[in-house]
Design a protein around this ligand. Structure first.
Ligand code: TA6
Length: 277
C-alpha cells in the first residue's frame, strides 16, 4: 500500500479487524490498530516522511548502535529502505495470522560507516489483536562484529502524567537525564514508574515482561526474549507540543553489545498485547 507521502508500506489485516502498517523506509511499524480501530502507537507531529530523517514515531529501529556514538544517533537501520523478503502467503498459505518479513543487508552506504557484512531479518505478525515481531541478525562476513539493537517503540498514552510502567520496580538503571554521556546508576523504588518530569532510563537485564499503563486503566504488555534491556523515555518539555501524548518503552540489547561470529545468528522476539481495564 502507499503510506504517508507515498512511502511504500505493507498493511497486515487480521480477520478479527486488527491491522498493522509497516513502512519499508526504516523498516518501521507505523500503525497498529486493535479490532475497534483504536491506534496503539504514536507518531510525533514533527515526523518527516521525505526520508530527510528517520521517522519519529511508531517502532523505529536502533541498529547497529543505540544512542549516540561512532555513527549517526541510533545507527543506520531506521534511515534506509528495507526489502520485503516474504509474506504470510509465502510462508504458509493456511496461516490465519498475517505476517511479513522485511530484510536489510549491508551495502556501500552501511560499509562506509560500519565495515561488516550482515543481514537483518525482521518479521511482523498479527496474532489476533497482538503484534509479534522476530528479529534476526546474521553475520554473513568472515570476521566477528559487535552491535546494539532496539525497537524504539512510541506508544500513545491518555496523558504521560497519568501513565505508568509496571515491572521495573526495585531495579538498577542508568539515568541518562542526569548525565547522557556518563549516566549514573540508580535504583528504582519498588512499585510502578510514574512520570513527573523527563525520563531517559536504561534498565539492564529487565524482566521478560513489562507493561505500560496508558492512563485510563488500559495497558500494553510487552513481552520479549533476547532483548535483555528496557529503556523508558519521555522528553517532557523538550517537546512541548506532544510529550503528554506518548511514552517510549523500548525493547533493547543496549548495555552489553552482542558479538557475533561469522555465520552466527542472533535472535530476539517481542509480543505486544493490549489489555483493557
Ligand atoms: O531511547 C531514548 C533516546 O535514546 C533518547 O536519549 C532520545 O535521544 C531519544 O532516544 C530520541 O532519539 P531521536 O534520535 O529519535 O530523536
Amino acid at each position: 500500500v502507499e503510506g504517508r507521502e507515498g512511502l511504500p508500506a505493507v498493511k497486515l489485516t487480521h480477520a478479527c479487524g486488527a491491522s498493522a502498517e509497516v513502512y519499508l523506509f526504516g523498516g518501521c511499524v507505523m500503525s497498529w490498530k486493535q479490532a475497534t480501530g483504536d491506534e496503539v502507537l504514536y507518531v510525533r507531529p514533527d515526523a518527516k516522511f521525505d526520508k530527510s530523517k528517520p521517522i519519529s514515531g511508531g517502532m523505529p529501529h536502533c541498529f547497529p548502535q543505540f544512542g549516540p556514538g561512532e555513527m549517526q544517533q541510533h545507527g543506520f537501520a531506521r534511515n534506509l529502505d528495507w526489502e520485503v523478503s516474504s509474506t504470510s502467503a509465502d510462508v504458509n498459505p493456511d496461516d490465519k495470522d498475517p505476517c511479513v518479513e522485511i530484510t536489510l543487508r549491508d551495502n556501500e552506504y552501511t560499509r562506509a560507516m560500519w565495515d561488516h557484512a550482515f543481514e537483518l531479518h525482521y518479521s511482523i505478525t498479527l496474532h489476533g489483536e497482538e503484534l509479534q515481531t522476530e528479529y534476526r541478525v546474521i553475520n554473513t562476513g568472515d570476521k566477528p562484529f559487535s552491535f546494539q539493537a532496539a525497537l524504539h517503540s512510541y506508544f500513545e498514552v491518555v496523558n504521560i502524567k497519568l501513565a505508568a510502567v509496571e515491572g521495573l520496580g526495585g531495579m538498577k538503571y542508568l539515568d541518562k537525564v542526569a548525565d547522557a554521556e556518563n549516566p549514573p546508576t540508580k535504583e528504582m523504588p519498588n512499585g510502578t514508574l510514574t512520570f513527573a518530569g523527563p525520563v531517559d532510563s536504561v534498565f539492564e537485564n529487565s524482566p521478560s515482561e513489562v507493561s505500560l499503563l496508558v492512563g485510563n486503566g488500559a495497558g500494553i504488555a510487552l513481552q520479549q526474549t533476547g532483548f535483555t534491556d528496557t529503556i523508558v523515555w519521555t522528553p517532557w518539555e523538550d517537546m512541548p507540543d506532544c510529550y503528554e501524548s506518548f511514552c517510549c518503552v523500548e525493547n533493547a540489547k543496549a548495555v552489553k553489545p552482542v558479538t557475533l561470529d561469522p555465520n552466527d545468528t542472533w535472535n530476539a522476539t517481542t509480543r505486544f498485547a493490549v489489555y483493557t481495564a
